[in-house]
Structure formats: structure tokens, C-alpha cells
Design a binder for this molecule. Sequence first.
Ligand code: GLY
Length: 350
Amino acid sequence: MVARYYTLHPLIQPKNTVDWVIKWRKKEELEQLVVFCDSNTRYLAQPLADAVDALCLEVPAGEENKNLQQAERLWQALRTAEASRKTGWINVGGGMVCDLGGFVASNYMRGIPLVHIPTTLLAQIDAALCGKTAVNLGPWKNQIGTYYLPEAVLLDPAMLKKLPAEEVLNGKAEMFKHGLIEDVRLIDYLEKLPPNTMPGLGWVRRAAEVKMYWAGVDPHEKSHRKILNTGHTVAHALEAWYLAQGQTLPHGQAVWAGLMAEGWLAVQAGLVTEEGAMVWMLDIPRFVTPRNWPKTADWLPWMAADKKNKAGKIGFSLPTYPGNCLTDQYLSPKEVGILLRKFDLNTWLS
Ligand code: GLY
């Protein structure tokens, strides 16, 4: 019998996060603990660090700080603290903290015990799950990283209580993507909920399970896991374009735009009818925060560094309709330019 879910690491909804951490320390015989956060999540991380007698390390918030310089600074801090392989590393933060903190933990002494406590909706259903770590290389998104499984991911509902509306919109982008990949009920649910309202915990859990399943069948992204990159070839290109201008585009907003552009690409490539794709594409604008999006010709070249690219072609996992996202779609940059020549994010997202 094939198991429905392949569990890469336990997903835990603790009654009390402090108690859980104290028990983990004892069970793993850890000599010291580090709680890692950014300037946005210090208010959540410091009380935890105080309660479990941990060193609290912080980086400035912002995707532009997810880099090797910050990683080196953190390794130096571990050295100064005489951290050993018996030092437990706990990430308290959103996707940036989980990616960078995971990267640091996975490389210090070739890996120290890691736990994620994701504090955003996006991190709870995606970034903190299933062992990808990353830093950016200049503006190029997530170019350096490792696969490194946390010992547990704590989905603490209390973390989502004070989330700003903007973060709810960002998290819903990955939730919607999980709906497109596997479970149309997630899309139906999001359609009914006011855009700024936090989804119910059962749905958060369901979205997390979709990720756990697809990453679980292919942890190192040789095949099936690529489906989780639906919308992300364009999303990462947009984020890179913004980073190169010295600005940050939140990942969730990039994913909304990426799903829209890649949906249109799928229509133009004849993979889905326009009517079929519009059923979900027209849902998207109400989740998008207004901005002046760059012209298509500006962000297209930034797809050159996508990790799915092959033989000079751009690799996509294209959304068509719920339950039918298509991995391993390769198009030359010229073909993409032709298929998207009439596409403009400002028109489609407003
Ligand atoms: N965020 C996509 C993945 O983890 O595979």
C-alpha cells in the first residue's frame, strides 16, 4: 500500500511552545540553544529565548539581507559562543528567517539540530516545510542553498494572531497555489473568505499537507516536487528584478503575479483554454496590493537563472486548471517573449 503522506519531519501544533523546546533540549541532550530571528520577529523570539535560556541572534529584516555576508556573521557568532554539534538552532520568523537560518544551521559543523517556528502564514504552509534552505547571490533568488531537514516544524497558531493584512495576502498566494496543484477546495474556500481574513487552522493544516506530500515523494526535486514551483519561474524573476533596483517585492505578491503570467503563458501555449484558466485567474487581483509593476520586457531576462532551466530553455511548472499543473515545460526565451508579448501585469492585476 502506498502511504498518502510521506512525512519528512513532524508537523507539530504545540499547546505550549516553551514546554516543547525544553523537552526537545532534554531529549536531544543539547548543550545550548540559539533562537534566530529578524528585526520583525524579535518580539516573538526574545521571550522564547529568555524562557528557554537561549542566545538570541538577529538579522535586519528584508530579503536583501538573505545573503552570504549575514550567514558568515552568524557563523562567527556561533564560533564566539563556542557552539558545538550539540547546539540546537531554532528559527522564529517568516520565509527569510527560515531560509537563512536553515542555511546557517545546515552548514555550521556540517549541520546542527534545527527546528522551525514559522511566524507567517506563508512560512507555515511552505517556506518552513520540507528542508529547503537558501541565500540569494546578489539579486539572484535562492541561488545558494542546501536540502536540510528540520527535526520538527512547530505550527503555533498564536504566531499568526498579530499578522498584518499584507502578510495574510502573501500567505494566501501559496495556499492558492496548493489549491491549483492538488485541492480545489482550498481555492473555493479562499474565494469565499474576505481577502484580509486569516484562514481557519484546518485549512492552514491542509495547505501544509499538500506541500508535505509533494516534497515527500521527491525530497531533492528530481521530478514531482517541481510542481511546487508552479508560478515561481516568473515570481523569482520579478523578485530578482526588484532586488536589482534596490527594492523588495514580497514573495507572496510575486507568486500572485507569477501565477497570473504563467496562467496566461499556458493559455497562449495551448495547454488550457482561456475560459478554463479564467475560472481561477480572475480570482487573483483582489489579493494583490497595488503597485506599478515593471513591463514584461524588463523582468523576462531575469528568468535566465531559474534552477529548472535546461539547454538554454526556461523551465516552468505551468498552472492550467486545478489538479493539473504541468511540470517540465521548457520554452526558449524567444518563445516566451512571443507568447507574452501582449501580457502586462499592470493590466492583469488591477
Ligand atoms: N517552495 C517549493 C519547494 O519547497 O519545493
